[in-house]
Design a protein around this ligand. Structure first.
Ligand SMILES: O=C(CO)[C@H](O)[C@H](O)COP(=O)(O)O
Ligand SMILES: [Co+2]
Length: 228
């Protein structure tokens, strides 16, 4: 982890585009990561399906890298607490899917996880600014959730900026995560807008040396965040 004034710069590789039949080995290739990002999809909230709690539990049991679970599922109020109970360091649920985001965040925190709320590209942050204190992180989706390997939607950058401004005004240590289309070409823009935690799937797993790629991403983001 690198820290710029008050803010840790964190790289969380997504295993979505890794070899899902060899997850232990694939996670073993990202030992320089701060977190491992686990995309849970249910084929209802998004038009794709990955893995669920039993697989996440096995990953948690076989890796020392803290897990950053991204739930792209309906009914997170019902399902998310089990991921915290299983030992995920951070649990992110979608604002669009939750009926009671504050209650759920409190439950996740009570179970020892960082509580995080995700916003699809079309979901504004304004409705959540008064609730920021209830969360440890806001995930600003930089692609439509569902698939890896997409291009970052630049129209999401103002939302990253607005979220960071509100957090700074509050004076709290709340992280801003970006997810989707993050690579050496785009990470500086997202960091300069105020993101401090970066999910990168295809950029890390298509690299010959995933750990070297993580280092390069972290270095670029740190420089961009500092100079913003
Ligand atoms: O949540 C996600 C997709 O919904 C993934 O985390 C994300 O897309 C990572 O993949 P890439 O870095 O290849 O865009
Ligand atoms: Co994700």
């Amino acid at each position: 982890m690198t820290t710029v004034p008050d803010v840790p710069i964190l790289i969380s590789p997504s295993v979505l585009n890794a070899d899902l039949a060899n997850l232990t080995d694939e996670i073993g290739r990202i030992t320089h990561a701060d977190y491992v990002h686990l995309d849970v999809m249910d084929n209802h909230f998004v038009p794709n399906m990955t893995f669920g709690l039993p697989v996440v539990e096995r990953i948690l049991a076989t890796t020392d890298v803290p897990a950053d679970v991204h739930l792209m599922i309906d009914h997170p109020d019902e399902w998310a607490p089990a991921y915290a109970e299983a030992g995920a360091a951070s649990v992110t649920f979608h604002a669009e899917a939750s009926n009671a985001p504050v209650r759920l965040a409190r439950e996740l925190r009570a179970k020892g996880a960082r509580a995080s709320i995700a916003l699809r590209p079309a979901t504004g942050v304004e409705g959540y600014l008064d609730l920021l204190d209830e969360f440890d992180m806001v995930l600003v989706m930089t692609v439509e959730p569902g698939f890896g390997g997409q291009s970052l939607i630049t129209g999401t950058l103002p939302k990253i900026r607005r979220t960071r401004e509100a957090i700074t005004a509050l004076g709290r240590d709340i992280w801003v995560q970006v997810d989707g289309g993050i690579s050496r070409d785009t990470i500086a823009t997202a960091a300069a807008a105020g993101a401090n935690m970066f999910v990168a799937g295809s950029a890390v797993y298509s690299a010959d040396d995933p750990n070297a790629e993580i280092g390069a991403l972290r270095e670029t983001a740190t420089a961009a965040y500092r100079s913003a």
